[in-house]
Design a protein around this ligand. Structure first.
Ligand SMILES: CC(C)(COP(=O)(O)OP(=O)(O)OC[C@H]1O[C@@H](n2cnc3c(N)ncnc32)[C@H](O)[C@@H]1OP(=O)(O)O)[C@@H](O)C(=O)NCCC(=O)NCCS
Length: 171
């Protein structure tokens, strides 16, 4: 069955339900802003578990939106960089600088009112560098739904007061 037709059937089936339930905006679904695939994905991702330690929690505000009304990917990346930096400073016991970020794929949007939760896990430690796995999750507005938005591996370099690389101390 074509996707759009499936979406219409889903919209009819849920027409009598509250506007927002289980993280699904039924009003948006009926207006065609959301498709049935999004609905199924929402339900399925409830089982996922974040990797790492919760490092940053922040509300997504209207000032952070793009022309679509969704939150800027750059804002999410900035929060991830900050969270990775916090984990890096703790591990390196001092200043760090972001030197690289690997490829990122945004799985689904963040919306105004969602709480962005960023998890970090320190991975490989080099001489002066640290690879930190960072995951961004959205806690959907006024629900307990928790969905992964994106993840990436950030590399931070421990730096001294002059901004030059310094060895990462032993754990
Ligand atoms: C971070 C900085 C001080 C490192 O100085 P550098 O002379 O380039 O450092 P080095 O070549 O000695 O490399 C330092 C470490 O980074 C690693 N590294 C260098 N380039 C890398 C890259 N593209 N990806 C991953 N790791 C990298 C090196 O392997 C080395 O790790 P190791 O010591 O564990 O083996 C310097 O590059 C810098 O100031 N960059 C700008 C940082 C910044 O402003 N970030 C925010 C951007 S807005």
């Amino acid at each position: 069955m074509p996707r759009i037709q499936t979406a219409t059937l889903q919209a009819r089936r849920f027409a009598s339900r509250p506007a927002l339930s289980h993280g699904v905006d039924y009003a948006a679904l009926m207006k065609g802003r959301m498709c049935a695939g999004d609905y199924r994905e929402n339900i399925m991702t409830e089982q996922d578990t974040p990797r790492g330690a919760l490092t940053v929690r922040i509300s997504a505000m209207p000032a952070d939106t793009n022309a679509n009304g969704d939150i800027f990917g750059g804002w999410v990346m900035s929060c991830m960089d900050q969270a990775g930096g916090i984990a890096g400073v703790e591990r390196a016991r001092g200043r760090v600088a972001t030197i690289a970020v690997d490829a990122m794929h945004f799985i689904r949007p963040v919306r105004v009112g969602d709480v962005l939760e960023v998890y970090t896990e320190v991975g490989r430690i080099g001489r002066t560098s640290m690879k930190i796995h960072v995951e961004a999750w959205a806690r959907r507005f006024q629900t307990s739904i928790h969905e992964k938005v994106t993840d990436a591996n950030f590399t931070f370099v421990a730096i001294d007061d002059s901004g030059r690389p310094r060895p990462v101390p032993a754990a």
